[in-house]
Write a protein that binds this ligand. Structure first.
Ligand code: ATP
Ligand code: FE
Length: 353
């Protein structure tokens, strides 16, 4: 079976065609990072306007690249939530229009469930339930016990900022050019500067150590995340230091290390409390495309004798292929949406699928 899915919950306008045989026939992502660079974050109104401009191109390109005729599709899916309401509306209205003209069934998808299930689409040997999943994105930082496709229990969430927002803020403070990338990805690239330049290696490393000490902010001892403390500590640290390139590179590395250390600590804590240790950890969301994070968390899981899964970086950030895949589970069970009543849900708990 074939599903065309649309996604516009944040700033990327996405459309994809995915088969029930786990083939990604097309996956179109139209970014608008340049528009938001000047605001240092996603501007809801401009993001909505961007989707308005891009949605029909995203759909026609997804159909064209898939090599599938519209008449061969079995369903249309759209992100139902959570996300920015105005943004969500664009893909949803487009999906309803397609359903209205074609008579195809409509499926509404939970965006974070789709992030969590991406590895079930992409891995040759997909992770088996139950597994733990770490969702680290622009809007969320969560450890979830995934018992099944729809039975998800949130073990930890952030009581203030998300890790993705903290990365975006840090990139802005350090004046790192986004260069068409997500700010977090730009920070990661910047932190790697001088990596192969021996003459600066010792100097940068010793600075990273010093900065890292100063970023040791008290984190909650409970099973919960908090990134506002790190955010303020980092703001102070940037203010106290010069704006030279070596300093900024060392600051970027220290930030990345502190931000990821909290993920590693909380995963370790969650595992120590697990009544039955899960066999795998599935990491997803935009920040999961970070290479440093991947290395660091892989060490944690290998210490626990667990498997770890990451989607390919391009499927960690927002895309419609993951929406289509989550929709396939619903189509198989006949869980369809009514076009007359489906509305965007800006807030929607993963425990309420
Ligand atoms: P949510 O999924 O919670 O609704 P979102 O859809 O806006 O939020 P994603 O697209 O999943 O978020 O992730 C975007 C976030 O990931 C941004 O904060 C971005 O800076 C960050 N990000 C992307 N690539 C990297 C990277 N390589 N390193 C760190 N952060 C990254
Ligand atoms: Fe997302």
């Amino acid at each position: 079976r074939l599903i065309l899915a649309l996604e516009s919950s944040a700033d990327d306008t996405c459309a994809a065609v995915v088969s029930s045989e786990r083939e990604i026939l097309s996956n179109v992502v139209l970014k608008q990072d340049q528009i938001h660079e000047q605001y240092g974050g996603i501007h809801p109104l401009y993001a909505t306007q961007g989707h308005m401009r891009n949605i029909s191109t995203a759909i026609s390109e997804a159909i064209r690249r898939s090599g599938v005729a519209f008449g061969e599709l079995d369903a249309i899916a759209t992100t139902e939530g959570p996300g920015m309401k105005g943004c969500l509306q664009i893909a949803m209205v487009a999906a309803k229009a397609l359903v209205g003209t074609s008579g195809l069934p409509l499926i509404g998808v939970h965006h974070m469930q789709a992030h969590a299930l991406t590895c079930c689409l992409t891995e040759q040997h997909p992770p088996l339930f139950p597994f733990y999943t770490l969702l680290c994105s622009g809007g969320h930082t969560m450890i979830v016990d995934a018992q099944d496709v729809t039975r998800m229990r949130v073990l930890a969430t952030t009581n203030d900022d998300s890790i993705g927002n903290a990365f975006d803020h840090a990139a802005k403070l350090l004046n790192i050019p986004w260069a068409g990338k997500a700010p977090g990805a730009a920070l990661e690239g910047f932190a790697r500067a001088y990596e192969h330049r021996d003459e600066h290696k010792v100097d940068i490393e010793s600075r990273v150590q010093t900065y890292r000490q100063k970023l040791r902010v008290p984190a909650p001892s409970q099973l919960m995340f908090s990134y506002s403390g790190l955010r303020s500590a980092f703001t102070r640290l940037v203010d106290e230091n010069d704006a030279g390139e070596l300093t900024r590179v060392a600051l970027a590395r220290a930030f990345q290390s502190a931000a990821v250390a909290q993920l590693a600590d909380k995963i370790t804590l969650a595992l120590s409390r697990a009544p039955v240790k899960p066999s795998s950890l599935v990491v997803s969301g935009g920040v999961a495309s970070n290479g440093y994070l991947r290395e660091r968390l892989s060490r944690v899981t290998s210490d626990h004798g667990m498997n770890i899964y990451f989607p390919a970086p391009a499927l960690c950030t927002d895309n419609a292929a993951m929406i289509a895949w989550a929709a396939h589970y619903k189509l198989a069970k006949g869980e369809l949406a009514d076009p007359a009543t489906l509305m965007p849900r800006s807030k929607w708990s993963l425990e309420d699928l």
